[in-house]
Design a protein around this ligand. Structure first.
Ligand code: GRG
Length: 340
């Protein structure tokens, strides 16, 4: 990770973690349920003993705090919101691991793998409730609180819809680029968008300012997922830590593939390859060849770059002189320009 971004994320993660811990520990009666939540967050090991494992990057909570700080010069009013978005993110990951049957997350066993599916569902559900407990701690007047809750509920609904579409796409023969963009808007961009929007709302920003932060988060969120798709096919395994060619081997319908399925002169050949039970190494080579010929890499990279530029423009002229705005820009650039 680029150094300045590491420093920003580390500083704000520590603040968010203190807030999450405060809220989780405010309930004394949850025993192992509390432990399983803390395990997933990386704070305890599988025996519930302390450990200093680094959990997720905490992008969403950091972006939430930075949006608030950009508006008011102080991140503190957004701390409960930062905790809430991070908890929703982690709640969705616990459920996603169950749905996908993934045994590892962040290099550790997943909650369902260690404690079984029913308890992992309970852990995710509990984390969802804790996220609402966090939101209720925001210091807002009733009308502003209702507005934040509206955004929060809508976001979680979009996450569910995005996840639904993602699964639906895997069993469908064809998916358009437009349908795919709708799916990643729900699955990935919605929560990033909510993070920057609610951060600004917690700061009491006016509607126009909130809208700029919201659009910034939305565009960076979509671009972040598109870059992920690109790295899933063309990333260097030594940097990404993922096996080369795996997205193609697993016949994932990511943007570069969908673009070729829609626009390549060899789209029928590509679709019949993706209809096969299993792809041989020679099949994978053919897929690469089709993607290269269709200029899928160029299309995908250009789309991510364009969204990043549009996102940056949303911040132009906003909160002049604010260091937090520059930090938000740095995180946005990192998410879209990273090669791992
Ligand atoms: C009702 C909230 C809710 C969820 C149910 C399971 C589900 C529906 C949605 C899951 C959506 C999902 C898995 C989205 C993936 C988003 C994404 C880009 C994850 C990776 O984010 P990073 O890189 O992860 O920020 P870290 O590990 O750094 O936290």
């Amino acid at each position: 990770m680029a150094d300045p971004v590491t420093a920003i994320l580390e500083t704000y993660s520590a603040l968010t973690n203190n807030e999450i811990r405060r809220i989780i520990e405010s309930r004394k009666s949850t025993g192992r349920l509390q432990g399983m939540m803390m395990y997933h967050l990386g704070w305890v090991d599988e025996h519930f003993g302390p450990c200093d494992f680094r959990g997720g990057k905490q992008l969403r909570s950091t972006m939430c705090l930075l949006a608030c700080e950009a508006v008011t010069g102080d991140y503190r009013k957004a701390l409960p919101a930062a905790a809430a978005v991070e908890l929703v993110h982690n709640f969705s990951l616990i459920h996603d691991d169950i749905e996908d049957g993934d045994e590892k997350r962040r290099h550790r066993y997943t909650v369902w793998k260690l404690w079984g599916v029913p308890q992992a569902i309970n852990t995710g559900d509990a984390m969802d409730v804790v996220s609402y407990m966090a939101i209720m701690d925001l210091d807002l007047d009733p009308a502003a609180m209702v507005e934040v809750l509206r955004v929060f509920n809508d976001t979680i609904m979009q996450l569910c819809e995005g996840q639904y579409l993602d699964m639906d796409f895997q069993t469908r023969g064809s998916v358009t680029v437009e349908e795919y963009l709708k799916m990643i808007t729900g699955k990935t961009a919605a929560l990033i968008e909510a993070s920057t929007a609610i951060g600004a709302m917690a700061a009491g920003a006016d509607r126009k300012t909130v809208q700029h932060f919201r659009s910034f988060g939305h565009k960076i969120g979509v671009a972040f997922q598109i870059q992920d798709d690109l790295l899933g096919i063309w990333g260097d395994p030594a940097k990404t830590g993922k096996s080369a060619r795996n997205d193609i081997r697993n016949k994932k319908k990511t943007l570069p593939v969908l673009y070729a399925m829609q626009y390549s002169p060899r789209k029928d050949e590509l679709k019949s390859l993706y209809a096969k039970e299993e792809l041989s190494e020679a099949d994978i080579d053919r897929v690469f060849d089709i993607l290269t010929q269709a200029k899928s890499y160029e299309f995908t990279a250009q789309k991510a770059r364009q969204l990043k530029d549009e996102a940056m423009a949303e911040l132009d002229g906003l909160c002049p002189g604010s260091r937090a705005i520059e930090d938000l820009r740095a995180i946005g650039r990192f998410l879209v320009e990273r090669d791992y």
